[in-house]
Design a protein around this ligand. Sequence first.
Ligand code: ZN
Length: 94
Amino acid sequence: MSEITLREYALRHGKSLSNMYNKANAGQLNARKAGSIWLIDENEPDVDCRSTGVDKICPRCGNHFVGSGRAVYCPDCKKELNRQRAAEYRKRQK
Ligand SMILES: [Zn+2]
């Protein structure tokens, strides 16, 4: 195993450096500070718990789906709910 700087790690993973520093400071990355630079194991997996691929259960239909951090309903229910909302909106307009 060898350590690389956080800058190198960010480059390899296509991440923004400031984002990596935030994570390191928050203890979300297994990085250590050596003087003024952050070092990290080059094989450290990129744990991104928020931006992509969270397994969720839709409260409306109970189906499992993979959504972003803010998604509540599965794509099917979201479509259906949006359709209903639009229909109700049009009804109120009359
Ligand atoms: Zn659903």
